[in-house]
Design a protein around this ligand. Structure first.
Ligand SMILES: O=P(O)(O)OC[C@H]1O[C@H](OP(=O)(O)OP(=O)(O)O)[C@H](O)[C@@H]1O
Ligand SMILES: O=c1cc[nH]c(=O)[nH]1
Ligand SMILES: [Mg+2]
Length: 213
């Protein structure tokens, strides 16, 4: 399966706090970064390491260091920025590739306004970050761009995923593994995730929220 729901108690607790209607911008931001860090921990469990001899305090000691591909984190603007610091807190040397997409709220298809990728994409693991996987249009468009640029190992971290979006990504890109804090019930008629988080971009940036019930 292309989706892994991380049912860790800390993630479940923090996501529960994020679902409160009256949450402040500050709290939503903090929790998004914290859950992003916890998802990063899970999504990198199989990263390869190699032995290395170093000089320790009592002489030579064998330690381990990461040996696999370099990482590029790929936030999907805007809302993906709300997870970036959380991911970088665990992978501080990762390069950042930025994709700017906005969902057309009539057609629900993603329009691209920025594609700023780092070099050597074929030698990197790409970690896409976006709080919401709804219809899947934004994630599929991002994976299309990354693959065109040469990326071969791609993973996605999302706070909440709808079954409809998971299926769409699987159909287009079955090789891409998605890590999420929750697989929610469904999309409503406006393409919003139920129960979801509401409009994640608006909550992270403090912009006005539309009525999408
Ligand atoms: O799976 P989809 O149906 O494509 O919807 C999900 C996308 O919608 C939201 O972004 P939005 O377009 O609202 O932009 P924003 O982050 O600038 O608010 C969200 O952050 C995802 O990128
Ligand atoms: O539920 C949703 C769907 C798309 N974008 C959001 O921010 N929330
Ligand atoms: Mg938005």
């Amino acid at each position: 399966m292309n989706i892994k729901e991380i049912r860790h108690p800390l993630i479940r607790h923090k996501l529960g706090l994020m679902r409160r209607a009256e949450i402040s911008t500050k709290n939503f931001r903090e929790l998004a970064q914290e859950v992003a860090a916890l998802l990063t921990y899970e999504a990198t469990q199989d990263m390869p390491v190699e032995p290395q001899q170093i000089e320790g305090w009592c002489g030579t000691v064998e330690v381990e260091k990461l040996s696999g591909k370099k990482v590029t984190v790929v936030p999907i603007l805007r809302a993906g920025l709300g997870m970036l610091d959380g991911v970088l807190s665990l992978i501080p040397s990762a390069k950042v590739s930025v994709i700017g997409l906005v969902r057309n709220e009539e057609t629900l298809e993603a329009d691209t306004y920025l594609e700023k990728l780092v070099g050597e994409m074929n030698q990197r693991m790409a970690l896409i970050i976006d709080p919401m996987l709804a219809t899947g249009g934004s994630l599929v468009a991002t994976i299309d761009m990354l693959k065109r640029a040469g990326a071969r190992e791609i993973r996605a971290l999302v706070l909440v995923a709808a079954p409809e979006g998971i299926a769409r990504v699987y159909k287009a890109h079955p090789d891409v593994q998605i890590f999420t804090a929750s697989i929610d019930e469904r999309l409503n008629e406006h393409g919003y995730i139920i129960p979801g988080l509401g409009d994640a971009g608006d909550k992270i940036f403090g912009t006005k929220q539309k009525d999408v019930h």
